[in-house]
Write a protein that binds this ligand. Structure first.
Ligand code: ZN
Length: 314
């Protein structure tokens, strides 16, 4: 049983302090988020996380992608679709992931141990289009989703090739809302999965009652859901576990919506139940969702407790 994170981590933006950083700053080349990536990676590793993220420190999960995608523009912080969606004008998140992997390698004295590594994360096409407004070109969201899936596939293949992550995760929180056409959603994720060299995971937070049977059919290797923040999903899993046999389960076992440290007995109880239902070897433990909104010490302690439970069963 391994542990991971869903993605985001509390951010510390830094101001330039060394001579080199001040010089870079004067050319507009100083990156205030680099330190945040480093401290996020270090905190995850100190807490015992096996498969880390780069911390997704650059902010909102939609515009970090859409600002590089032709056909989409950002107006007052919201994405508007204005013409045909095409491939990104540049790689979007590769440099951050490469930097995070470098920090991880240094942490382990030059070689990342077997069974540990970084994952690549992108926001899924369904979630991006449903959080955007279509102003022109597309008559419906579904056509925009398919074009965006092809566009994001470019980034996904580049992550697989250049970062060599343990796996890639697509974040699709909208799939639990009932607003998304599941047939289109499945086709879009299929486009991202097609020929991908590394396993693909899909993270869907929220209550799964109505969506689980559809989501179980998606062509992904890992499905990642929340189980700490609501008492519906565990029931749904128990009744439908056979639908996801052959897939691994990312099991959210600490509550990312509450800014206080979870009770270790609650985590233990959830994990015991998960082991009973899907078996230890099919489980990846993680928080319900990203931890960006938690205070940094709380986020750290949540991860630490989760890993204590992991160690107890390994
Ligand atoms: Zn989530």
């Amino acid at each position: 049983m391994k542990s991971t994170v869903v993605g985001s981590f509390p951010v510390e933006e830094s101001s330039p302090s060394s001579f080199k950083d001040k010089l870079l700053n004067s050319f507009g080349a100083y990156d205030p988020f680099k330190q945040a990536i480093k401290s996020s990676v270090t905190a995850q590793l100190d807490a015992g996380v096996d498969i880390i993220s780069d911390g997704q420190v650059r902010g909102d999960m939609v515009s970090i992608f859409t600002k590089y995608i032709p056909g989409m523009k950002i107006e007052d912080g919201n994405t508007v679709i204005v013409s045909k969606i095409r491939n990104p004008i540049q790689e979007i998140s590769i440099k951050d992931m490469q930097y995070a992997k470098k920090v991880m390698k240094e942490y382990y004295g030059g070689k990342i141990p077997e069974g540990k590594g970084i994952k690549g994360i992108i926001t899924g096409p369904n979630t991006i289009v449903h959080s955007s407004r279509i102003e022109s070109f597309y008559k419906n969201k579904e056509d925009a989703i398919i074009d965006l899936a092809h566009s994001l596939k470019f980034e996904v293949d580049a992550i697989a090739k250049k970062v060599k992550p343990v796996y890639i995760q697509v974040d699709e929180p909208f799939l639990s809302t009932g607003m998304v056409d599941m047939k289109t959603a499945r086709e879009a994720i299929g486009i991202i999965k097609d020929g991908l060299e590394v396993p693909l995971a899909m993270h869907v937070c929220g209550i799964l009652k109505d969506a689980f049977t559809d989501i179980a059919k998606f062509n992904v290797d890992i499905l990642d859901f929340e189980f700490a923040g609501n008492n519906v999903n565990l029931d749904v899993l128990e009744k439908n576990a056979s639908l996801i046999s052959g897939k691994k389960l990312g099991f959210g076992c600490v509550d990312s919506a509450v800014n206080e440290v979870d009770d270790i007995n609650d985590i233990d109880e959830l994990v015991t139940k998960a082991i009973e239902i899907v078996g230890k070897d099919n489980l990846l433990l993680d928080p319900d969702c990203g931890l960006r909104r938690a205070p940094k010490d709380v986020a750290f302690e949540k991860l630490q407790l989760m890993n204590q439970i992991k160690d107890k069963y390994n």
